[in-house]
Structure formats: structure tokens, C-alpha cells
Design a binder for this molecule. Structure first.
Ligand SMILES: [Fe+2]
Ligand SMILES: [Fe+2]
Length: 194
């Protein structure tokens, strides 16, 4: 696993924040809410799959925003940095849980899911939280809601009708969680048969 340093990721978060121009106040208000009312900056990214550690959600969210910006500059430079930063940083905001009800509880054995929380899919909770603060475009709302793509049954709702933003957010999320966070080496296996 690569090294993760909280202070470094807070700096990266601040650097990414500067790319939000049109919805600066909405962004600042949402960050203030996340800091004061939720566990967003301390929570893990998962209890089992990836970055099951303190601040893991911050590390993952920053990583996805960075990967998303790289993909967008290669494939669709006309897409705004602002959209990428909002969707990248906050697609998993639902993992912070709700005010007074974090999704992940720290126990002696590690993090566990809080069963005492109104049940909904994480991405829906992300949309629920984000849309209270941001005026989202329909593309951004679709990208946040369906960012897991076809890995979960709900992805079928938009199969073959994904917007470009959803397509690259899904891939940035997948690539960041499965390749970058796991430090998976890129190896060319000589799999051909002689
Ligand atoms: Fe997610
Ligand atoms: Fe994610």
C-alpha cells in the first residue's frame, strides 16, 4: 500500500478546492458542514475493501479527484475542472454517514458499520448530502448516484445511457481504489504460448 499522510492530503484537498470557481460558496459551506457535523475527514473508506484506516475516506476522495482530472484532460478537456473536483471529492460523501450518525464506528477490532443509521445506498446518501448545498447539473447528479457502474444492480438503471462524466468518474473511482490504493504493479505477463 502506498504511504498516506494526513497533512499532505489536506494540502491536496485545498489545492483541488481552488479549482471550484462558480460554486465556491456552496463548496466552502459544504466543507464546513462535513468538518463540523460529519466524520468525512476521519472516516475510513471502507470496512473491508479499501483504505480501512483513519482518514481513508479523505485519501480515497482526493485520489479519485486527481485521477478524474487526469482522465478528463486526456479524453474530454472541455469538461470543467469544477465538475471533476465536486464529483471526485464527494462521490462517497455518504460514507461519512449523517450528522450525529456516522456510517463507520471505531471499535477495538477495527471499523464496523453503524446499524443505527437510516438505510440507503451510499451513493444516494452522497447525493442527499451534496444536493442540500450544491446546485448540481443533471450530469453531476447521475455521475454521483451511479458511480459504482455495473458493479451493483442499481447500475442497470442507466446502462448504455451513461453521460461522459459518469463514465470517467466510475473509471477514476475503480482505478484509484483497485490499482493506485493497492499499489498494484503493472506487469506484462508473457502469457503467449510458444
Ligand atoms: Fe463509492
Ligand atoms: Fe469511491
Amino acid at each position: 500500500m502506498p504511504e498516506f499522510n494526513y497533512k499532505e492530503y489536506i494540502k491536496k484537498f485545498e489545492y483541488l478546492s481552488e479549482k471550484v470557481l462558480l460554486r465556491k460558496k456552496q463548496f466552502n459551506d459544504f466543507v464546513k458542514f462535513l468538518k463540523q457535523k460529519t466524520e468525512f475527514f476521519d472516516a475510513p473508506a471502507s470496512t473491508i475493501y479499501h483504505l480501512n484506516m483513519e482518514h481513508g475516506l479523505l485519501y480515497h476522495s482526493v485520489g479519485v479527484a486527481e485521477t478524474l482530472l487526469k482522465i478528463k484532460s486526456a479524453l474530454m478537456p472541455e469538461l470543467s475542472d469544477e465538475s471533476c473536483v465536486i464529483c471526485g471529492l464527494f462521490h462517497d460523501a455518504g460514507k461519512a454517514g449523517l450528522p450525529g450518525a456516522p456510517l463507520y464506528l471505531k471499535t477495538k477490532k477495527g471499523y464496523e458499520i453503524n446499524k443505527n443509521l437510516v438505510e440507503m445506498q451510499v451513493a444516494i446518501r452522497s447525493l442527499f448530502l451534496i444536493s442540500k448545498f450544491f446546485d448540481l447539473s443533471a450530469d453531476e447528479a447521475q455521475a454521483i448516484t451511479y458511480h459504482d457502474g455495473q458493479y451493483i444492480p442499481q447500475g442497470r438503471d442507466v446502462a448504455h445511457r451513461e453521460t461522459p462524466l459518469l463514465t470517467i468518474l466510475h473509471f477514476a473511482d475503480f482505478y484509484t481504489a483497485h490499482i493506485i490504493e493497492q499499489d498494484m504493479p503493472i506487469i506484462h505477463h508473457p502469457s503467449f504460448i510458444k
